[in-house]
Design a protein around this ligand. Structure first.
Ligand code: PGA
Length: 253
């Protein structure tokens, strides 16, 4: 799976011309699931445009209730209604800017599953935690916290996004090396095996996110436990997103 996290970018008009272009570029992609996660305001436009394509739709957040007096929030049923198959939950920007905790992410993930919306659950350590040698403990604790009470992992996607590698467009920020990322992905898989079982651990998709670009995608995706990418900055232009999708497709040949 290669998922585009557009964050707070793209008007509906911009999204429209992007999708027109991307659909042509990826029409022969068959092994890789392509997911676009636009801001809420562009979901409708993107949904209509991808109707007969191999591209799926995801949102970037949701409120954990079906409906209610919650001004300014969007429910999982509304996201389903507008065509979403996925929702990104617990992105580090939501954790750092809005104070979302593993408990919040867990509530959202459980409600998403109840509404048959598949969560892409983001976890990842900060630079301070990495420097303190705390990465594996942080990852395990985030996973356990976010997955509490989720009995069936079918369709749940995990995204490992080391916070220190998320570029937000800054070219000086570097991704994890393929070896570093592989080590943590493999650890994530074993934590999932501890919580669930071997089959679940083997089948869950674990995406890497954090400065994934056309230049480094193939090496990251060649790692045995990296099943795809959650791509921010490089997903904002079809010409930089397409080669990442192509790299994912080739890695499965
Ligand atoms: P980036 O963002 O690709 O710009 O590093 C990834 C993400 O935050 O999902």
């Amino acid at each position: 799976m290669i998922a585009a996290n557009w964050k707070m970018h793209m008007t509906s008009a911009e999204a429209g011309s992007y999708v027109t272009d991307l659909i042509k570029r990826v029409k022969d992609i068959s092994r890789t699931e392509i997911v676009l996660c636009p801001p809420f305001t562009a979901l409708g436009t993107v949904d209509q445009m991808i109707a007969h394509s191999n591209i799926k739709l995801g949102a970037q957040n949701m409120y954990p209730a079906e409906k209610g007096a919650i001004t300014g929030e969007i429910s999982p049923l509304m996201l389903k209604d507008i065509g979403c198959s996925y929702v990104i939950l617990g992105h580090s920007e939501r954790r750092s800017i809005f104070g979302e905790t593993d408990e919040d992410v867990n509530k959202k993930a459980r409600m998403a599953m109840e509404c048959r919306l598949l969560p892409i659950i983001c976890i990842g350590e900060t630079l301070e935690q990495k420097k303190a040698g705390d990465t594996e403990r942080v990852i395990a604790s985030q996973l356990k916290g976010c997955l509490t009470g989720i009995g069936d992992m079918e369709g749940v996607v995990i995204a490992y996004e080391p916070v220190w590698a998320i570029s937000g467009g800054d070219p000086d920020i570097k991704p994890a090396t393929p070896e570093e990322a592989q080590k943590i992905h493999s650890r994530i898989r074993s934590v999932i095996q501890e919580i669930y079982d071997k089959d679940t651990a083997e089948s869950v998709l674990i995406l890497y996110g954090g400065s994934m670009k056309p230049e480094n995608a193939a090496d990251l995706l060649a790692q045995p436990d990296i099943d795809g990418g959650l791509v921010g900055s490089a997903s904002l232009k079809p010409e930089s997103f397409e080669p990442i999708i192509t790299a994912a497709e080739k890695s499965q040949e």
